[in-house]
Design a protein around this ligand. Structure first.
Ligand code: KG4
Ligand code: ZN
Length: 337
């Protein structure tokens, strides 16, 4: 193929991800995670993450090249996450990308992590219809995006005003004494529970915006746990998990579908670690079908942070003919879309 070979590098949080992409084809990738080193802290420790990126970067690039069956000298351009993310973590990826760019004499493109979460879907389902709506739900973000063009025109419709969706899962898991990261154990517990036994609040429900709020929900769960403790009642973890999860996925899917309807968009992409959630997938599928919307959810490995999302977006940026970043490309912890 004569499409350029893109090397993508991701290091915004706790995953060191590297991938090789041509157009919409993922040739090979590798991800090293420092999640095990954060478990005892119940959340990502930035300094620990940065150090882990530094140690993992070169071997991860090597593994990705091996998986793709290509050589470093075959690479035509390097794409790297410039933000948003953790400052020290981003710096490791951007520094590595600059070094590869300089050593190979190939252009460097700093790209947006959030848009990468959307672009990655093209590796699984092919070119994204324009426009599309994207719901990004992970430990670090909860964003609703109007994607007119991946490379040049993405509009933020709403965001969380407090905790990210995955962060809410992680905090509630802690309250319920479930392990970190909290999403998978809550997802599993909820499947054995009855969501109708407790009614938790729906943050920013029907407020006329596409923003989200999960801290009130978390507080409501905390209060429920305290009350049960005080009254010496056993905690019905499965029911609490189910009721909490129903509140989260109800608001997420309702606002995402509303955004599609308001903007006349017939494709919804859901990505980010929380997209692995079984209840979110089921309710989104049901509501999208009712509204005549095509739902795209990349496979879990592509939903969580990885290098493929950055390489996929890099391919779009190169194809759009955008100018490369300068070698003094700066990281931006709160880079807008
Ligand atoms: O995308 P990701 O791997 O990393 C970033 O935060 O960027 O997302 C991790 C988040 C964690 O908060 C985790 O609890 C959540 O995704 N998560 C889930 C599920 N699997 C992972 N949340 C709900 N249900 C799941 N099945
Ligand atoms: Zn992410």
């Amino acid at each position: 193929s004569d499409l350029p070979l893109i090397l993508g590098i991701e290091s915004s949080c706790d995953e060191t991800g590297v991938a090789l992409v041509r157009g919409c084809e993922l040739l090979g990738d590798s991800v090293a995670s420092s999640v095990d080193q954060h478990v005892r802290f119940g959340g990502v420790v930035p300094e620990v993450a940065s150090r882990a990126h530094l140690e993992a970067m070169t071997p991860t690039v090597r593994r990705a090249l091996d998986n793709a069956g290509v050589k470093l000298s075959d690479v035509d351009a390097i794409a790297v996450t410039a933000g948003p993310g953790l400052a020290g973590a981003l710096l490791v990826g951007v520094s590595a990308a600059k070094a590869y760019s300089m050593a190979l004499g190939k252009p460097l493109y700093g790209v947006n992590h959030l848009v990468g979460h959307v672009a990655v879907d093209q590796l699984e389902h092919g070119p994204l219809p324009k426009p599309s709506i994207a719901l990004l739900v992970s430990g670090g973000h909860t964003s609703l995006l109007l994607v007119n063009d991946l490379a040049t025109d993405v509009v933020s419709l709403g965001d969380t005003v407090d905790d990210a969706a995955g962060e809410a899962y992680d905090k509630v898991a802690r309250l319920l004494e479930l392990p970190y990261p909290g999403g998978p154990p809550i997802d599993q517990a909820a499947q054995r529970g009855n969501p109708k036994t407790i009614r938790f609040p729906r943050g920013k429900w029907g407020d006329g915006t596409y923003d989200f709020s999960f801290s009130g929900l978390k507080t409501a769960v905390a209060r429920h746990v305290e009350d049960a403790d005080r009254q010496g009642e056993p905690l019905v973890v499965a029911d609490i998990a189910a009721a909490f999860q129903e509140s989260v996925v109800d608001v997420l899917t309702r606002k995402a579908v509303d955004a599609c309807v308001e903007h006349g968009v017939s494709t919804l992409v859901i990505s980010g670690g929380v997209a692995a959630n079984s209840a979110l997938r089921a309710l989104a599928a049901q509501r999208c079908q009712e509204a005549g919307i095509e739902l795209r959810v990349p496979r879990p490995r592509l939903c969580t942070d990885n290098g493929a999302m950055i390489a996929a977006l890099g391919a779009e940026v190169v194809a759009a003919g955008l100018p490369p970043s300068a070698l003094d490309l700066a990281t931006d912890t709160s880079l807008p879309v």
